[in-house]
Design a binder for this molecule. Structure first.
Ligand code: ADP
Ligand code: MG
Length: 252
């Protein structure tokens, strides 16, 4: 039962949209835990949880166990460890000792057997929270917004991943790079796609997530794309991504 981290230190590239909708797509066939590690709590509200009684903050602080903090969502087979703005404090308090960077990994041990997949939504920075996500994950999905600056910052991120592999988490692998917000009407999107595929080859998922209004609207209804607009292009794309993820995970 792999832990999949959705990571990119840039904000606004589609991490949360991907974490929520991939988790929801996988939950159609598997038991899934979505972990919201971003103090902005967009993944939590994105699955309809706005005032959680217990959060991942209390788990990381050692005040409760992950098992007790898990919240059911309206989506069958999808549970949530919710975020709250307390997490911003945790990000500052946690220095980068090994103990602090393996908090999430250790916290999840008790709940791992309950789920087929754990999907972690990381915040837009390379601070202690993202390092915890990197420390806990078996596999990473790196969303890249299909725009001119898509590759900016990716080299330093790959270096961080290498460093984490050498220290915190030897087993960390990149499952794939995901192109998001692809605009079918622009030549630029196609050029960026060609460029990213030339750079990263097979590492790039075949599935590309289109820019669609439905994907942007769904979170304001507290729903995944499958609940909000199940026949939309966005739903089809995240469905295809989930299939590709299952394929890649089973290939080890
Ligand atoms: P991140 O978590 O990396 O900061 P988000 O997933 O929150 O990125 O996406 C940033 C913004 O772009 C949000 O308002 C989101 O609704 C919107 N968005 C994300 N993916 C798409 C898409 N494929 N089509 C249209 N809007 C999108
Ligand atoms: Mg986000």
């Amino acid at each position: 039962m792999p832990i999949i981290g959705v990571i990119n230190q840039k904000g606004g590239v589609g991490k949360t949209t991907t974490a929520v909708n991939l988790a929801a797509a996988l939950a159609e066939r598997r038991r899934v835990l979505l972990v919201d590690l971003d103090p902005q709590a967009n993944a939590s509200s994105g699955v309809g949880v706005v005032s959680p009684t217990t959060t991942i903050y209390e788990v990381l602080a050692g005040e409760t166990s992950a098992r007790h903090a898990v919240i059911r969502t309206d989506c069958e087979n999808l549970d949530l460890l919710a975020a709250s703005d307390d997490l911003a404090g945790a990000a500052v308090e946690l220095d980068s000792s090994r103990d602090n960077l393996t908090l999430l990994s250790r916290s999840l041990i008790g709940v791992r057997p309950t789920y087929d997949f754990v999907v972690v939504d990381a915040p837009p920075s390379m601070g202690a929270l993202t390092l915890n996500a990197l420390g806990a994950a078996d596999q990473l999905i790196v969303p890249l917004q299909t725009e001119y600056y898509a590759l900016e910052g990716i080299a330093s991120m790959m270096e961080t991943v290498e460093r984490v592999r050498g220290s915190l988490n030897r087993d960390l692998r990149i499952l794939g790079i995901l192109l998001t917000m692809f605009d079918v009407r622009t030549r630029l999107s196609q050029e960026v796609e060609e460029n990213v595929r030339r750079h990263f080859g097979e590492l790039v998922f075949r599935t590309v997530i289109p820019r669609t209004v439905r994907l942007a609207e769904a979170p304001s209804h507290g729903q995944s794309i499958f609940a909000y607009a199940p026949t939309s292009q966005g739903a089809l794309a995240y469905q295809a991504l989930a299939e590709e993820v299952l394929e890649r995970v089973s290939q080890g």
